[in-house]
Ligand binder design. Sequence first.
Ligand SMILES: NC(=O)c1ccc[n+]([C@@H]2O[C@H](COP(=O)([O-])OP(=O)(O)OC[C@H]3O[C@@H](n4cnc5c(N)ncnc54)[C@H](O)[C@@H]3O)[C@@H](O)[C@H]2O)c1
Length: 319
Amino acid sequence: MGRSLITGGAGMVGRQLARLLLARGEKVDVLDIVPPDKLPADIRDRVILVRANLSNWAEVMDAVAHSHPDTIYHIAALMPPNSEQNHAASWEINVNGTMRVLEAARLFKVGTVVYSSTTATFASELPEPVPNDHPQCPEMLYGVTKVCSERLGEYYHRRYGVNFRGVRFLSILGPGRVPGSGWSAYTSLVIEECARGNAYTIRVNESLRLRFIYVKDAALSLIKLADAHEGRLTTRIYNLDGFSASTRELVDGVLAHVPDAQISWEFDPEYQHVMDTRYGVIQHRMDDTLARQDWDWQTSYSRDDAIRDFIEDVQKGRV
Ligand SMILES: NC(=O)c1ccc[n+]([C@@H]2O[C@H](COP(=O)([O-])OP(=O)(O)OC[C@H]3O[C@@H](n4cnc5c(N)ncnc54)[C@H](O)[C@@H]3O)[C@@H](O)[C@H]2O)c1
């Protein structure tokens, strides 16, 4: 089996991806800015942590040269609201960081680069479901940086033959999500905090309905896309879809497993407004026909499966 380098491998998706790759016998290098103790205990000694910053050309080049991976999973990014509060850092990490990864892939002849984009690359007024090739007019700088990265990847593919492929994720539900990593982070935090026995306050209304993909499906999709036969690919970037859940349904799902969960509601009209407007895109169903056709994609986790598995993992300390 080969060697993979995961940028952002200490994050929510990256650590699940590392677990899946290790389980199939791959060697895994993690490029991240965090110290080693931020890696989950079950993978800490099984991956090589390359402490490097995507903002730094030399560090990225060194990391790729030394790792010499067959596949780079490029998933590190600055997400909203952080991305919207620091434009310069957002551009530096999300756009220039992608450029550095692609340049390194070109120079060091990396087999495949798999990229994690977002449905936030679309606007919030959308047809249902949103076609794979729908025009992208992002509401947030975050989405702009992700569109730029998609186009950069396609350019490196066309111009230099870098085997760039990517997916657009909906909101990802799963353990290990940190506050500030996306406006929808509360959807995961309420489950994780309650599973740990902590109280949690929700600031949006209970009927707010978003679309999600469970983190284990998200991680698996990246591997399936990396493995996909080139001859079957009809595009470089694929919409993915998942399941829908209202805030009430998430809370009921938590209460089914943690009956004494301490959940309170403190409605914040400004937060709700962001979720309905700038972040409204994650209320829409994505047309994932191409992913299904080209690389036989299907999700494994329904809403209820995801919540059950999430709570079990947190209670077993597997975050
Ligand atoms: N979480 C979601 O709901 C969601 C939805 C759609 C798309 N995505 C995309 O999926 C990817 C993974 O998301 P996640 O939830 O795992 O994010 P995360 O915030 O949990 O992880 C990101 C990781 O990147 C690392 N990182 C940040 N800046 C870096 C830098 N300058 N250099 C090196 N490493 C750096 C962080 O330390 C962290 O470990 C991102 O590209 C994100 O845009 C996420």
